[in-house]
Design a protein around this ligand. Structure first.
Ligand SMILES: NC(=O)c1ccc[n+]([C@@H]2O[C@H](COP(=O)([O-])OP(=O)(O)OC[C@H]3O[C@@H](n4cnc5c(N)ncnc54)[C@H](OP(=O)(O)O)[C@@H]3O)[C@@H](O)[C@H]2O)c1
Length: 305
């Protein structure tokens, strides 16, 4: 309600012939009961439709779990269907009220993106939260990445979230409501390892701001979670799932192989955990964060201070 009034103020302001007076600001100020609206802190995203990419493992899985725990209807995305369904079942087993469903796909598949959003419109009729989480780091320094891998890492880390956001906005703008959370990396602002990855995540940070600016005056916000080194199966080298599934998993170093470099470049050798990233993504995807937009919020346990 408050933002609808702001929108009206904004429209007047854009006319430029009009300058807001203190009375105008008084008119849009929330009434006490509006400020005091009841927020359900144990169901922070109750009844919301949330789409989370890269949700079968690592921090994306934890995000799907905390969103479901907090009452959202969660659409989980990853490439491997059986693993994804097993992850969804784990959430249902943990919370008997959890409403989770799966849509197996590669986020870089542009035709599938169209199919996904048509399905969301038909099945749910709305989309409240988008978490662009699927992503992966590369092992390159600037002069080394082959063409094929330049494309692969930029497609996954930048182009996919751009396309997902564009399609989500086609639903969120008409409904005048939405939260978009982009999972970037500390490398997006401090490019320490993975040259193409760092470039793509830096692009994702700026894309986030562009989206936020577009959405000023609406009830839609867009922010970045910037994880530092986080303990995930991938990062520990337990599973090499961060490369094209059709490629030789031994063709590139695993994240675990560049941990020594990471730790040398960070100030403190303290990891974060999936649940820490998930809690931040939950906050930014909830109405508690309605006045936060275009921000890059790093969660790195002070590793890179
Ligand atoms: N872990 C860290 O230390 C760290 C630090 C900074 C930023 N990040 C960022 O955090 C995000 C999550 O990282 P993570 O470590 O949790 O990753 P992860 O453990 O490798 O999990 C990746 C998830 O994404 C899915 N996925 C991978 N490629 C996909 C694709 N093309 N299409 C659809 N789904 C795909 C995987 O399932 P399938 O393989 O079955 O598709 C899996 O569910 C990424 O954006 C990453 O860049 C991670």
């Amino acid at each position: 309600m408050v933002n609808e009034r702001l929108l009206r103020l904004d429209e007047k302001y854009i006319n430029q012939s009009w300058q807001p007076t203190s009375d105008d600001y008084r008119a849009i100020a929330p009434k006490e009961d509006e400020m005091n609206y009841t927020f359900n802190y144990s169901r922070m995203v109750d009844g919301k439709i949330a789409l989370i990419t890269g949700a079968s493992d690592g921090m994306g899985f934890k995000m799907a779990e905390v969103y479901a725990q907090h009452g959202a209807k969660v659409i989980m995305i990853a490439r491997r269907a059986a693993k994804l369904e097993a992850a969804a079942q784990k959430i249902r087993d943990r919370f008997d009220y959890a409403e989770v469903c799966t849509f197996p796909m590669d986020v870089t598949d542009t035709e599938k993106i169209k199919e996904l959003f048509a399905w969301i419109k038909e099945k749910f009729g709305r989309l409240d939260i988008l978490v662009n989480n699927a992503g992966a780091g590369d092992p390159y320094i600037a002069e080394t990445p082959p063409d094929e891998d330049v494309d692969w890492y930029i497609d996954l880390n930048l182009k996919a979230p751009v396309r997902f956001t564009r399609e989500a906005l086609k639903i969120m703008l008409p409904q005048n409501y939405g939260h978009i959370v982009n999972i970037s990396s500390i490398n997006g602002t401090r490019p320490l390892c993975g040259a193409v990855y760092s470039g793509a995540k830096g692009g994702l940070n700026n894309w986030t701001k562009a989206v936020a600016i577009r959405c000023v005056g609406t009830n839609i916000n867009c922010n970045v979670v910037g994880p530092g080194f986080t303990v995930t199966p991938l990062a520990l080298g337990q599973e090499d799932n961060n490369y094209g599934l059709d490629k030789d998993p031994n063709a590139k170093p695993k994240t675990v192989d560049y941990l020594p470099i990471l730790h040398k470049k960070s100030v403190r050798n303290v990891p974060t955990f999936c649940v820490d990233q998930a809690h931040l993504a939950l906050f930014l995807g909830s109405d508690l964060a309605r006045c936060i937009t275009g921000q890059i919020v790093n969660c790195d346990n002070g590793q890179y201070l």
